[in-house]
Each structure stands twice: as C-alpha cells, then as structure tokens.
Write a protein that binds this ligand. Structure first.
Ligand code: HEM
Ligand SMILES: [Ca+2]
Length: 596
C-alpha cells in the first residue's frame, strides 16, 4: 500500500470514528442503537454484504422515526446515509439494456453513455441492473411453476390489513412506469418517471386527445391510458380524481390572473398535479408501507432533499440526472398476489364478458367503465367515483408470498416467466448479490414454508437456479404490523423497491431542482387543506378527495383520511400511537349515493 493510500485510509477511519463518537453522544442510552448505526455506516461506506434476516433496514427506519422529534439533526444525517446507499445501488446511466447485445458494424452505440440524453424516454429499452454471475442450468416448465407455487388455492388476506385502494394507487404507479410493448418486451412505451403517464399519456397525440385546448384544462373526467379500463373500477376512479385535480388547479391558476393562455396553464397545472401525486406517494403510500402512521413522529423518507455539501464521509448526492426503469423492477412491481377476493372475482366476470370494457379507439372523454354514466357535461357522478374508492378501502388486499395469485392471471404469469428467460434476467441470488444482500444458502433459508421449499427444491434442484420472478413470488415475507415492514413484502422485493423508488424520484429534475416556486407559479400547497388537517396524521390524499368529490365523505372519515388500510385495522394502528387521534376518526362506511 502506498503511503498516500495509507494516509487516506487512516483519515477515513478516524473520520468514521469521529462520526461514531458523535452519534454515541446523542444516543447515549442504547448499545443496540449504536450497533445499528455502526452497521449502517459499515454497509454504506464499506459496502459489506447485508444479512437481511437481521432486519437492519427496518430497525433503522424505526430508530429514525422514534428519534426524529428529539434529535432531528442526527436523523437527517442517518437519512442521508440511507438515501445515498439506496441511490448508489443503481448505476447511472444503466450498465446494461434489455435486448441490446450485438456489436454494430461501425462501432456506433458502443458507449452506454449515449443513453444519457434520452434517459427514461417513452419507447426506449428497459435498463438491466443485475449481471448474471452464475448461469442458470435448469428452466422448469413455466405452467408447472405457476400451478405449484404461485396459483391462489385459498385467498390469503394481507396480515396488516392493507386495503385494495392502496393497490389502486400502486396500479396507477405501475402503469406510469411500465408499459411493455407486446411486440417487443424489451421496450417500455412509457416514461421512467412519476409524471402521471396514465393520465397524460406518452406522446403529443395522447395529449391532444385529452386536452380541451382552452384554459389549460383536460376534457371532463378523462385520462389517456386505455389499459386502465381493464383494471378494477377503483383504479379508474382514483385516476379521475387526479384528472379533476388538474382542472381544479388550472382553473385556480387562471383565476389568479397569472396566466391566460392554454399552454402555460396546462403545463403548470400538470407540474403541480404531479407534485400532489408525489406527495400522496410519500405521505400516504410510503408511510402506510413503512407503517409510519403508527407513531406520532413526523419523520418520513424524503428522496428529494438536496445533499450538496460534502466532507470526507459525505459526498454530494446528485439530483435530476435522469432515470431509466429496469426490467428487474418491472418484475419486482408485479404484485398480483395482492389482488383482493372481490377484485379477483371481478376479473373473472370482466374477462369473460369483455362487454363492460370500452373501445379504446373512441375519444377518451367518451370512455366509460363499470357501467357508469356520464352526464350531459361529460362528467361521472361524484358519488359513483367515491363509491369505488370507498369499496376499495373495505376490501382487504391479498397477502404477498407463495400461492396467492388469482388463477385468471395464469397465462399472464406464464408469459412473464417466459419473457424474463428470453431477455436473460439474472437469478434471484445474483440479484440479491447485486443489491449487496447475502445470497440464500438453501431453500429453507429462502422460505420458512416447508411445503414451498420442497416444491422449489423439486423444480429447481439448486438454490442458485431459482429464477428472479418465481423467486420473488415465493420467498419469505417480512413480519407484518411492524414499523419499517408493515407492508410485509417478500424480503428481496422490500429492499429492491426502495432503491428503485429513491432513484426514480431523486433523478427526476421536475420533482427536485426544477420543482421551484417560480416554475409552480408560487402554488400554495396549503390550498387544499381542510380545517381539521391534523386528523390525517401527515397524509394528504383526503385533500384530493374532499376537493374533487365534494360532500361524499364526512370530514373525519377513516375512508378519506386513511384509505389504504381497512377501517377496523386503521383504528388498531391509530391506537398504537398513544394519543387520542383514534377517537376523533369516524370509521363508519360513508354512503355517498345518499349524501349527494
Ligand atoms: C385486478 C388487478 C389486476 C389485473 C386485472 C392485472 C392485469 C395485468 C395484465 C393483463 C398484465 C399483462 C400486461 C401485458 O403483458 O401486456 C399485467 C402486468 C403487470 N401488472 Fe398487473 N394486474 C392487476 C394488478 C396489479 C397490481 C396490484 C400490480 C402492482 C402494483 C400490478 C403490476 C403489474 C406489472 C408491473 C405488470 C407488467 C406491466 C408491463 O410490463 O407493461 N398489477 N397485469
Ligand atoms: Ca411515467
């Protein structure tokens, strides 16, 4: 080792010790906490493989939430280390692309840097994250994999009481990020950003079909993506809330007199509407997923924070440099086990009759779903929209894990398994190595369910042969009802989705650097707040419901304030907080048909 390297290493170690000392001053009481912080630093600075069966990530989230009220500076530092770790998981620009493996005759496109200019553009190839380290030697029949390991035999409810309405938002998110070209599965026809593609579409032609051309507005209750028509009606209902929200914002901006022309009004309203969408994702979706409603702490994970200062241990962390979603992420986000019993029944009926599904060739402002009628102005009844969301909150979602995917999706799952093979995805264990997670050493290590382990053994023979997607659908799930893991995701998914989410938000310049007051016409985010705002414990989705579905909910309704957990569970969760919030909430199912 040269003396220069040696002195750098010693400086690094002494800075590391300083940081540990600093942290121990704040957390004087608990040996456990210090150990945890030590491990975080160890993994973020020295990149040691993580044994996720020890729940470090979950304990850390619990710790940050608990310590935030008294030690915000130290929690901010830990959050920065965590976000840096997650951000760094994914190379930028992507190391590999799906189906991009031949040399060109003239050497053009040899550089992956060519991607940088169009990173995340609709119609380009998926990125590929994990290299194949151990080639797979056994590809079991995809139909048998589904029948043995994925097929729902008896519905298993979600153990933390997550509702279908959470998954309606998840479906909007997945339809925002993924739209594989059925002619060529390596191509993603959507942008790799949270920019409400299901609402606004992915091209100028899409936009032309949904805009009125006056005062920045969208046609009444209209969205661009016809795939939403073959989803449970709650998904369309939620998207219409965002469609209405766009028009509310555009009209408000017009009335303030700042802009008069269609284009400025439209573009600014879209930026602000996407801002609400991100806020719903961070404050309702992610908080429910991480179980943060269970505490009084106001801490939440914020991937958009600028980290521009630096010192020896902390390097600046870029924002706004672009993102390309990966094929792996497409599979990580296929959450078909979560489909509720009622929605599985709905698929059965809908797929059979195909009748209720509208013709995508029609003008989108004429599309209908769920047999709902538009009035003479082209709008659906507020109560019809609200009812689907309310019903969704009452439907308990399915549990993640083996044997919980509705049979009606069999052919879709088989196609998925086959596509992953054709495009050469790495194995579950190689993917875990890519994420710096300890690879599974045996089928019993991968799942505690002996029956599932035996079936996996039977199909794959060797743990290193387990393919990524079937592996993700059958591995063990995290403990329910805990802060940090309330969503009870499969182990590898729970880790991977955080890296992807942090990257796609942080690397979107419109959610970070360019989300500045000037670009947003000095929009006041408190515009949609209600008088008893504190009832939502930091969530914001109720604001969109109250504004865009007026008079459909009492202002203290669990269905509006906490739509992502079934009401009986919400009551339990709120009781855990140790304050009296739970007593102020109305858990009775609203009846919007009779309120209007
Ligand atoms: C009743 C509910 C659902 C139905 C009927 C449904 C149906 C489908 C269908 C038909 C496909 C195949 C599309 C294709 O290959 O072109 C698909 C793919 C997919 N689904 Fe679902 N799904 C449902 C729920 C969900 C949920 C809850 C999630 C996750 C939040 C999800 C995530 C995905 C993803 C990521 C894909 C791949 C999309 C692509 O590659 O373009 N789905 N689903
Ligand atoms: Ca998008």
């Amino acid at each position: 080792m040269s003396s220069k390297t040696f002195s750098l290493t010693t400086t690094l170690f002494s800075a590391f010790d300083d940081l540990k000392n600093e942290i121990s001053k704040h957390f004087e009481d608990a040996e456990e906490e210090l150990k945890l912080v030590h491990e975080l630093i160890q993994t973020s600075v020295f990149q040691e493989p993580v044994d996720d069966s020890k729940f470090m990530m979950e304990s850390l989230i619990k710790l940050m939430s608990a310590k935030y009220p008294t030690h915000p500076e130290i929690v901010n530092l830990l959050e920065r280390l965590l976000i840096t770790r997650l951000w760094n998981d994914i190379t930028k620009p992507p190391t590999m692309l799906a189906d991009y493996s031949y040399r060109s005759s003239d050497g053009s496109d040899y550089s992956r840097l060519r991607l940088f200019l169009q990173l995340g553009k609709a119609g380009t190839q998926y990125a590929r994250s994990a290299p194949i380290l151990t080639p797979l030697t056994q590809f079991p029949d995809a139909g048998k994999i589904f029948d043995d390991l994925m097929k729902r035999n008896k519905f298993i409810p979600h153990p933390s009481g997550i509702s279908s309405t959470l998954f309606y938002l998840a479906i909007i998110i997945t339809h925002d990020l993924f739209n594989s070209d059925p002619q060529n599965y390596s191509i993603n026809q959507n942008s790799s950003y949270l920019d409400l593609s299901p609402l606004y579409g992915s091209s100028n032609e899409d936009l032309a079909k949904i805009r009125t051309g006056v005062l920045g507005s969208l046609k009444p209750d209209t969205f661009a993506d016809s795939r939403i028509l073959i989803q449970p009606p709650g998904v369309g209902a939620l998207l219409i809330v965002f469609s209405r929200n766009h028009n509310y914002i555009a009209n408000y901006l017009y009335e303030t007199g700042k802009f008069k022309d269609d284009e400025h009004l439209f573009q600014t309203a879209r930026l602000i509407n996407c801002g609400y969408y991100l806020r719903v994702i961070l404050h309702n979706y992610l908080e429910t997923i991480l179980g943060l409603d269970r505490t009084q702490s106001t801490w939440y994970l914020d991937p958009t924070k600028p980290y521009s200062n630096s010192n020896l241990l902390l390097t600046p962390l870029p924002t706004g440099i672009g993102n390309q979603v990966s094929l792996e992420f497409n599979f990580i986000y296929r959450w078909h086990p979560a489909i509720s019993e009622a929605d599985a029944e709905w698929i059965n009926n809908e797929f059979k009759k195909v009748l209720g599904i509208d013709d995508p060739e029609k003008d989108p402002s004429e599309w209908t779903f769920n047999n709902m009628k538009r009035d003479k102005n082209g709008k659906f009844k507020d109560s019809d929209i609200a009812e689907e969301l309310i019903k969704g909150t009452d439907k308990i979602a399915g549990s993640f894990g083996a044997n919980n995917i509705p049979l009606s999706l069999r052919i879709i799952e088989i196609t998925g398994i086959q596509t992953a093979r054709d495009l050469g995805l790495a194995s579950l264990n190689d993917f875990r190595k890519f994420l710096n997670l300890k690879p599974y050493t045996s089928f019993e290590d991968m799942t505690a369910n002996k029956e599932v382990a035996a079936k996996l053994q039977n199909l794959y023979g060797d743990i290193n042969n387990v393919e990524l997607y079937p592996g993700l659908m059958t591995e063990k799930t995290k403990p329910p009802n805990e802060i940090g893991s309330a969503f009870s995701l499969p182990f590898t998914i729970s880790r991977a989705i955080l890296s992807d989410a942090i990257n796609l938000v942080r690397n979107d310049r419109f959610h970070t650097d360019d989300s500045n007051p000037h670009n947003l016409a000095y929009w006041n985010w408190k515009n949609l707040e209600i008088p008893d705002e504190q009832l939502a414990a930091g969530g914001i989705i109720h604001q969109l419901f109250f504004k865009n579905l007026p008079n459909c909910y009492p202002t203290n309704s669990s269905y509006a304030l906490f739509p992502f957990t079934v009401p009986a569970k919400t009551k339990e969760i709120l009781k855990e907080r140790g304050d009296d919030l739970w007593e102020k909430i109305n858990y009775i199912k609203p009846d919007p048909q009779n309120l209007n």
